[in-house]
Design a protein around this ligand. Structure first.
Ligand code: RUQ
Ligand code: CUA
Length: 635
């Protein structure tokens, strides 16, 4: 014991000496020390990239800074979030449409000319077949489109096209279209898959229905948009072309080949515009048995998962997840075979191209290839779920693996910096591991997921950093930070909300029958009005406007004994409903720390027994409004 202590003291001294000797850093700390420097962002400085991680079945988006791997914020999308009142105020509650969860898989940044443009982020809710649009000007969810009719879950979604003309959704499950009672045993006859093209308004990002295509009842899995020469096409993988409806883990792995579906979305939209679609549940659906030239299939070995188009748009990479290869297909060859009409029959009206007519190369990457990303030097990076590795390989002859790195553990997606664009930056790739096992302090049976930052700038991939994520990112995207210019306050001049007021004198409480509307202001450190008189049974709508135009001064509005709490950001107006169920006194307060007198920012709702006469219009006392008016002038 004593000897050990002596030795270890000597060791510490030796280490201390080494650290003072120039040039010894590498031998001392090894890769750890230099890796630490590569992720270190000094206090007060900013990261070079934003990374948007899907939150899986948490229904949210997690925002990280890269390379520091710091979690900056969470954007609520498909799930209520009480801290900010998402799903509590009337507008976001309506947007959630009665759902309280989503399963968010694949963030898709908007693109212009095939590069991320920093305008919007789209994200799918797989089970409820919805797509949300987040505005990157304020990092808020602004539209939730769906449930998309006729679609049983949207996994291959949203994968925007190079000018964000479309986002897509394809059914993970098949079901009767339109949905109706049938026997599950009649699967092959009665069930169908759907590929949906959702149009995006180029001005404001508003999504609307473009077209749907009736597909064979396979499980449609993932997608990617063509770019460059292949712009105008969207590619989808599938498994279960065997059309099994039970024990899929066995039945969906029987056939040697499944498929990629290639959709010519311009042709599909044209067919709809020419009236060739059938309306099903208010949605134009194209049937490939009748409408030709909109979709084709080509074979992919063994239940593929990911499909990824390389930056030049020439190659389509799909990996059979039960294989050890990535199959690389040539867009030019696919197009030539289509133009020559070289088909090998069809599946429910969708022409099938021959494997050997479209294949360019197979790359022996390792076991369980799932997804592929790209850099700026002509290399591809494929995640290997079974091997828990990433393989780096050359896009082009001799189509060989040049490097591999271990990840911890069981990688699903991987994402490269600007990795889905025509110009990936080649700086980093992040491994999104499905299992973290022992990598973090034990927090009980539910472990966090693990993400790992890997440096791509040297000749070999280098693991820089591990960081845990909450349940459960699938895909993520990384965009250069300087492409985003988020606002810090909502300009008051642009606030046209119907409940907004802009001066203290306009503050008032109006009654119509049982409905009471409170038009009020929140300003450091006062609610105007701070006394609200209503009757038992009233439906009270609070419209609070935060008149502040200072960075980071948000106020909260929380009502005791209720589920009512929300945040009102500078320049914003939000409306919240509260039911006066019981006579008595109910306090409310500012729930978001805003100033030294934050604790004083409070008020009372006085609820009188049913039938007590209450004024149709109440105004806060004039001396109080004058006080607030004076406060505003000094701002
Ligand atoms: S999927 S790995 Cu949506 Cu690949 Cu999860
Ligand atoms: Cu306003 Cu705290």
């Amino acid at each position: 014991m004593k000897r050990w202590i002596v030795l270890s003291v000597a060791g510490v001294i030796a280490l201390g000496l080494a650290s003072q000797l120039p040039g010894c850093a590498a031998s001392r700390g090894g890769a750890g020390a230099s890796a630490a420097q590569k992720v270190y962002v000094k206090p007060g400085e900013h990261d070079a990239y934003y990374a948007f991680f899907s939150g899986g079945h948490s229904g949210s988006i997690y925002v990280y800074g890269m390379p520091s791997c710091r979690h900056i914020t969470t954007i609520p999308v498909f799930t209520p979030e009480p801290a900010v009142g998402y799903g509590v105020d009337e507008e976001s509650k309506a947007m959630l449409g009665g759902f309280t969860w989503g399963d968010a898989h694949h963030p898709g940044l908007s693109e212009t000319d095939g590069d991320y443009d920093g305008r919007w982020l789209f994200i799918n809710d797989m089970p409820n077949a919805r797509i949300a649009r987040i505005d990157l000007k304020d990092f808020k969810t602004r539209q939730i489109f769906g449930p998309i009719p006729n679609l049983s879950a949207a996994h291959a979604c949203p994968f925007p096209t190079p000018n964000t003309e479309y986002v897509f959704a394809a059914s993970r499950f098949s079901a009767p279209v339109p949905n109706r009672y049938v026997r599950v045993e009649d699967y092959a006859k009665e069930f169908r898959g759907i590929i949906a093209g959702v149009k995006v308004d180029p001005k404001d990002g508003t999504m609307s229905m473009g077209f749907e295509i009736l597909m064979p009842p396979f499980n449609w899995d993932l997608a990617d948009a063509g770019k460059g020469p292949s712009h105008g096409w969207e590619f989808f993988t599938c498994y279960n072309s065997e059309m099994g409806f039970d024990s899929l883990e066995v039945k969906a792995s029987q056939a040697e080949m499944d498929f990629v579906a290639a959709v010519d979305w311009r042709a599909a939209q044209k067919a709809v515009d020419e009236g060739k679609a059938k309306m099903i549940n208010g949605t134009p659906v194209l049937d490939p048995q009748q409408v030709k030239g909109i979709v084709y299939l080509f074979p992919v070995p063994k239940s593929p998962h990911g499909v990824d188009v390389n930056p030049s748009g020439e190659y389509i990479c799909a990996s059979g997840k039960l294989q050890a290869d990535v199959s690389v297909y040539s867009y030019a060859k696919m197009k030539a075979a289509i133009d020559a009409g070289k088909f090998d029959g069809d599946r429910m009206g969708v022409p099938v191209l021959k494997y050997e007519d479209v294949l360019e190369a197979t790359v022996p990457v390792g076991l369980g290839p799932l997804h592929t990303q790209f850099d700026d030097k002509g290399y591809a990076y494929t995640s290997l779920f079974l091997d828990s590795q990433i393989a780096k390989w050359k896009v082009g002859p001799p189509w060989q693996v040049v490097d591999k790195i271990d990840v911890y553990y069981s990688i699903g997606h991987l994402m490269a910096s600007e990795g889905d664009t025509r110009h990936p930056t080649g700086d980093y790739v992040v491994a999104l591991d499905k299992l973290s096992k022992d990598r973090y302090l034990n927090v009980g049976p539910t472990h966090p997921e693990a993400a790992q930052l890997i440096d791509l700038r040297g000749p070999k991939m280098e693991l820089l950093y591990d960081f845990p994520t909450y349940l459960e990112p699938h895909y993520a995207q990384m965009i250069k930070a300087d492409k985003l210019k988020p606002i810090t306050v909502y300009p008051m001049a642009e606030n046209h909300k119907s409940g907004a007021i802009k001066t203290a004198e306009e503050a008032r409480i109006e009654r119509k029958g049982n409905r009471v509307d409170v038009y009020g202001l929140v300003v450091r450190t006062h609610f105007t009005p701070d006394i609200v008189r209503v009757n038992e049974g009233d439906d009270v709508y609070f419209h609070w406007t935060n008149l502040e135009q200072d960075d980071d001064i948000a106020h909260g509005f929380g009502i005791l004994w209720s589920s009512c709490n929300m945040q009102v950001e500078p320049g914003e107006t939000k409306t919240m409903h509260w039911k006066a169920t019981k006579a008595g006194i109910t306090p409310f307060y500012c729930s978001n720390f805003c100033s030294a007198l934050h604790q004083e920012m409070q008020g009372y709702i006085e609820v009188s027994p049913r039938g007590t006469p209450v004024a149709a219009v109440q105004r806060p006392e004039s001396e109080k409004t004058a006080e607030v008016a004076a406060l505003l002038k000094t701002e």
